[in-house]
Every structure is written in structure tokens, then in C-alpha cells.
Design a protein around this ligand. Structure first.
Ligand SMILES: [Zn+2]
Length: 253
């Protein structure tokens, strides 16, 4: 019996590059009727064995095994680590690798996953950008690290900004809004304030020197597209987690 296709968010931009594979999971998949949906996060109250199975299922969509994935202990900071092996990286919110076959991952449920690939330098990066990391410009720092330390070319560096809480729904307090340029803040007629976190991160990539046509932004919103995405803002303690992964292909795979 054929395995049913797992619903994913893909990037048409990255799909044009044969040496990388990219996917973002959704809440849809096996067990999508369970409280946590198709969940890829441990420690939330979901069954660990089921999460392990889901992670393996997701890894297979980019032709990897679960043990080929590299995870971060995400702490909403601006630390960037280079790795050469899969596993769990200590407190960090960005990973860089030149190692084919190691699938970098970002775990989210509203925060912005940003994936970067330099076809000329043969290097990839994965960034977890919530409002704290975005305020610390982690995405710009990660892109600049690829340019300065890995000799990536800004003209050919490509980026994917995944599904995240969008400006339509991502309400923030004044203490958060004040950290960002006014152009990324919107107020509605009830006086509520909303932040365009995807726009903030796209602007950081442009500031680093990427070209607009090399930045692919998912137009989904995790908060209101409730059939498709997990959202911590919406579901709180019953929200599952999604993974976005990017891998450099090994020769012939
Ligand atoms: Zn929305």
C-alpha cells in the first residue's frame, strides 16, 4: 500500500536548486486528529513514541533518516553555531553547516524559520527568529556570517522565510513594538498593535545584501490558518510544533 503524501510547505525557489532539499511540516499528517496534531516537538504532553515516528516520517520527505537531523536547543538569543554532525546543539538559535546529509532544523509554532543556501559556497544555515532574536538581528547576522566567513556571494545567496505568525494576527505589546522600525508595526482601529515579523526578517536579509528575487516568503499565517498550522499563540499548552529542514544533498542521493 502506498504511503499517503505528507502535507508540507515547500519553496518553489529552493526547488530550482538540485543540491538542496527543503520542507516545513504542518499540523496535518498521521494522528492529525489527536490533540497535538502532526506534532514534531517533545515534552509537550504528546506521546514520545508518536513524536519519534512523526519526525522520522518528516525526515523521509527530504530523503533523510531521523538521526540525520540537527536540532537546536532554542533560547531566543543570537548565537550562531557551525556544526558538522547531526544531533542536538546546545543553546543556539542558528546553525550553519557545509556537511552534506546533515538536515538543519528549526522548531516553531509562530516564530519565523529562516533557511539560507549559498550555491557558490556550498553552505546552508537555519535560523529561529522569534521577536527577541529578530530584535537582536539574528537573521542578518547569520546571512553576514555566510558572506564573511564562508565566502558566500550575496548576489546568489537564497533564502526561505517559512510560515509564521503574520501581521494580520501577531499582536504585540508596546514594549515589543518599540524594538522595531515603525514600518513593521500596524495598528487596527481598536488600538491593537501588530508586528510584521516576516517583513522584519526579509528586510534583514536585504540589508545583508541578498536580492529581493532570492528571498521566498511563505504567505501563510500560523495563527489564523488553523487547519494547517500549529500556533502557540492560538492554542497555548495544546499547541504542537512544526519543523523546517534544509539539507545539502550527498553526491548521488
Ligand atoms: Zn493571520
Amino acid at each position: 500500500m502506498a504511503t499517503p503524501v505528507l502535507p508540507l510547505i515547500r519553496s518553489t525557489l529552493f526547488a530550482q536548486y538540485p543540491h538542496v532539499r527543503l520542507a516545513q511540516s504542518t499540523r496535518q499528517g498521521e494522528h492529525s486528529d489527536a490533540p497535538f496534531g502532526f506534532n514534531l516537538g517533545y515534552g509537550l504532553g504528546d506521546d514520545d513514541l508518536r513524536v519519534t515516528g512523526n519526525i522520522a516520517r518528516f525526515a523521509a520527505t527530504v530523503q533523510l533518516e531521523a538521526e540525520d537531523l540537527a536540532f537546536m536547543k532554542q533560547v531566543h538569543g543570537d548565537t550562531i553555531r557551525e556544526i558538522s554532525e547531526a544531533g542536538i546543539a546546545d543553546d543556539t538559535d542558528a546553525l550553519i553547516t557545509r556537511q552534506p546529509g546533515v538536515g538543519l532544523t528549526v522548531r516553531t509554532a509562530d516564530c519565523v524559520p529562516v533557511m539560507l543556501y549559498s550555491p557558490t559556497a556550498g553552505v546552508i544555515a537555519a535560523v529561529h527568529a522569534g521577536w527577541r532574536g529578530s530584535a537582536e538581528r539574528i537573521t542578518r547576522k547569520a546571512a553576514e556570517r555566510l558572506l564573511t566567513e564562508y565566502d558566500a556571494d550575496p548576489e546568489t545567496l537564497i533564502a526561505f522565510i517559512g510560515a509564521a505568525a503574520a501581521v494580520c494576527c501577531y499582536e504585540v505589546g508596546d514594549e515589543v513594538a518599540v524594538l522595531f522600525p515603525e514600518r513593521w508595526i500596524q495598528k487596527n482601529n481598536e488600538g491593537k498593535t501588530f508586528l510584521d515579523l516576516q517583513g522584519v526578517n526579509r528586510a534583514q536579509l536585504l540589508e545583508a545584501g541578498l536580492t529581493a528575487e532570492h528571498i521566498d516568503v511563505s504567505n501563510n499565517c500560523t495563527i489564523h490558518d488553523h487547519h494547517i498550522f500549529h500556533s502557540y499563540r492560538r492554542d497555548g499548552d495544546t499547541s504542537g510544533r512544526m519543523l523546517t529542514t534544509l539539507v545539502l544533498r550527498e553526491e548521488g542521493v
